[in-house]
Design a protein. Structure first.
Length: 289
């Protein structure tokens, strides 16, 4: 039952998360400055941004860990800060540092978290899916980074959340573990869960996301499905992408020579396809933060 303080509000149909005009200041400086984004049930929404862009603060406001200084955040129609008790059984949170008790054994932690929910997922099934059995009796403090991430993911989804926040879910994992995580994320989406993903692995976002929000300087500077962002970025820039099929052994230098003969100065010819990383760098720049 919702807590007495819960105040459901009307949200767009299918919207599990709505952020409108969010402002958060530290020391008088707005690190989040009028930001707006949304996430829908049954979709993976990626929130991307360089370090210091305001992405982490935004997600912390959505998780109820910080109170906004302006604007509104609604999670499943509720205020995540004021209505935290009502949202706790409905929202899963996976933090990159895990937030796990260092002295407890891995399986003990997962069982303890599962016991907090009325209808948890089968713990044994999660152990099998995410390969937790090999370190089930190992204290959390002795787990590798990838093992901690798998345990943190299991804890985030064991309560069957309607909305789950995943922070760098496959960081530090080997390829096998990474694909197991991706399969679980896709399963959550198929089950109607709203998944909000933050990651610096842009191939992960490209593989999983239905919708991408790019954050920089405290605002969302671009939003859309991955194919739309790829097409929009190419149309807006000076680069022209030409795709063709060539026989085996074809020398790409011939293309450069052909372009030069037709007045294209200093043609830069590369083989490959445009990726979400290319779009991200076009939008946020290539300088270090």
């Amino acid at each position: 039952m919702p807590s007495p303080t819960a105040r459901p509000t009307r949200t767009p149909s299918g919207a599990a998360l709505v952020v409108d005009g969010l402002v958060k200041r530290y020391g008088g400086r707005a690190v989040v400055d009028g930001l707006a984004l949304s996430a829908r049930a049954g979709q993976v929404t990626a929130v991307l941004g360089p370090n210091g862009a305001g992405k982490t603060t935004t997600i912390e406001c959505c998780e109820g860990l910080r109170a906004p200084d302006g604007g509104t955040v609604r999670v499943l129609g509720l205020d995540p800060h004021a209505d935290a008790a009502a949202l706790r059984p409905r929202v899963g949170v996976m933090l990159q540092d895990g937030g796990l008790p260092s002295g407890a054994r891995a399986l003990e932690v997962l069982r303890h978290v599962a016991a907090m929910y009325a209808r948890p997922r089968n713990v044994g099934e999660l152990v099998e899916r995410l390969g937790l059995g090999s370190f089930a009796r190992t204290p959390v403090r002795r787990l590798s980074g990838g093992q901690r991430q798998r345990l943190a993911l299991a804890c985030a989804v064991v309560g069957r959340p309607e909305l789950v926040f995943l922070d760098e879910p496959s960081a530090g994992m080997d390829p096998q573990s990474r694909h197991a995580v991706w399969d679980l994320v896709r399963e959550l989406r198929a089950d109607g869960v709203a998944v909000v993903l933050t990651t610096h692995l842009l191939d992960e976002a490209e593989a999983l996301a239905d919708l991408v929000h790019v954050v920089d300087h405290g605002k969302v500077i671009a939003s859309g499905a991955v194919p739309d962002l790829l097409a929009r970025s190419a149309d807006a820039g000076a680069e022209v992408t030409v795709r063709f099929t060539a026989p085996p052994g074809f020398d790409v230098a011939h293309v450069g020579a052909w372009l030069a003969e037709r007045g294209v100065s200093d043609p830069a010819v590369t083989v490959g396809r445009r990726t979400l990383e290319d779009v991200f760098l076009d939008l946020t720049g290539r300088h270090l933060r």
